[in-house]
Design a protein around this ligand. Structure first.
Ligand SMILES: C[S@@+](CC[C@H](N)C(=O)[O-])C[C@H]1O[C@@H](n2cnc3c(N)ncnc32)[C@H](O)[C@@H]1O
Length: 379
């Protein structure tokens, strides 16, 4: 099975933000906010060669063509994505873009690019490091490499929603129903969750298909963290920027051996737990606390990986420990209450094979900072 490609192809979907006349302005504004945050002046794109892997519906390509790129090469292995990109770019000059329908891992590209961009892809593939190394090999000297990263901490709330969706399908005897019916059912249950994130996000059915019904994805034991990304390319690339940008130190002034890559790795460990719940901010951990936090999350994720209807005990017992751990440092109890709510939902299923939708509703505001962006510059 090829992650994303097999699932998307089977269901003929590209479950990401669709481009239409109504939302292009908003999407362009989001793009410009992102590049501002990442300190990439849009004028840098002018006359540049760009490679984007996994363009989805092509909204980023549309923006970059408007910035005046010389050419953007778009690689996607999913036919529905290719069709969607073609539709999005239909009014653009054909000399400004090239579309390749290929699995990126099978593709041989001879040239190098000023920008290599890959959003919301790496964390989901089987071997993220290999995928990322291949992307990095295609960056020209002085070029930029832009990806986003996720880990078990930042995705935990969504993984738990995956578990609840899986149990809900069972409780409501929808196991043998069509993909369409499952999508409809879960979209109704989780609509308020997505709404709590505000407007300008993707449609609920796209989110349900991309997260809740994509079991391979929510069960996955590990993703690709910012930490792993820096470690993978630190010999050839320098950390350039990130979003969120939360690294504070003036040690470069006194410490002449200062390395931005190593510094960023250390800073990441101090703040990583803040990605667990968007309602908590500015919690700083020691390395030991970070390790304990990661251990508990990873243990819970191991249980999620092999979870079965008849065996929720292991996950439940780790959630109890985890709740205790969080209650020691959290002041407002919001994360603790959400973890408690998950325990209640799983226990109801275990004891009575029932899930009260109102209890699921109570989790609607618990989200992690699912992905973090990072830009590297070739040394
Ligand atoms: C989750 S979507 C992200 C789309 C877009 N970048 C975005 O952020 O909205 C993942 C995209 O990567 C493509 N993809 C996944 N694995 C791929 C591979 N091995 N080779 C080429 N494309 C791939 C999928 O077809 C899909 O378009």
């Amino acid at each position: 099975m090829k992650p994303y490609l097999t699932y998307y192809k089977k269901n003929k979907i590209i479950p990401v933000i669709k481009v239409n006349n109504k939302n292009t302005k908003i999407l362009d504004k989001q793009r410009s906010n992102l590049f501002d945050q990442l300190k990439i002046d849009k004028r840098l794109f002018y006359n540049s060669e760009v490679l984007e892997v996994g363009p989805g519906t092509g909204y980023n390509a549309n923006y970059l063509i408007n910035c005046g790129v010389k050419k953007i090469t778009l690689v996607d292995g999913n036919k529905s994505s290719i069709e969607s990109v073609k539709k999005t770019l239909k009014k653009k000059k054909s000399t400004q873009y090239k579309i390749l329908q290929n699995d990126f891992l099978d593709l041989r590209l001879k040239k190098k690019f000023d920008f290599v961009i890959c959003e919301n892809v790496i964390s989901g593939v089987k071997n993220p490091e290999k995928f990322f190394r291949k992307l990095s090999s295609l960056v020209s000297d002085n070029g930029y490499l832009l990806i986003n990263c996720s880990d078990n901490i930042s995705l935990f709330s969504e993984k738990i929603r995956g578990v609840i969706a899986y149990l809900l399908i069972d409780v409501n005897k929808l196991n043998n129903s069509s993909f369409k019916i499952k999508t409809k059912f879960l979209s109704k249950v989780f609509a308020s969750h997505l709404k709590s994130l505000g407007r300008n996000t993707r449609a609920i059915d796209d989110w349900v298909q991309d997260v809740l019904l994509y079991e391979y994805w929510w069960r996955k034991k590990s993703y690709f963290s910012l930490y792993s990304a820096i470690n993978t390319v630190k010999d050839k690339f320098n950390f350039y920027s990130s979003s969120p940008f939360c690294f504070t130190s003036y040690s470069w002034y006194k410490n002449t051996k200062f390395s931005l890559n190593d510094h960023t790795l250390n800073e990441f460990l101090k703040i990583q737990q803040n990605f667990f719940d968007i309602r908590s901010k500015n919690i700083y951990f020691s390395k030991k606390e970070n390790k304990n936090f990661n251990n508990l999350v990873n243990k819970a994720c191991k249980c999620i990986y092999s979870l079965k209807y008849e065996n929720l005990n292991n996950l439940l017992s780790i959630l109890y420990k985890f709740k205790k751990f969080v209650s020691k440092y959290e002041k407002n109890n919001l994360t603790v209450n959400s973890l408690n709510q998950v325990i209640v939902i799983l226990s109801d299923y275990k004891k009575r094979k029932k899930i009260d939708i109102r209890k699921v509703e109570k989790l609607k505001s618990w989200w992690g900072y699912a992905t973090q962006y990072i830009v590297f510059k070739k040394k």
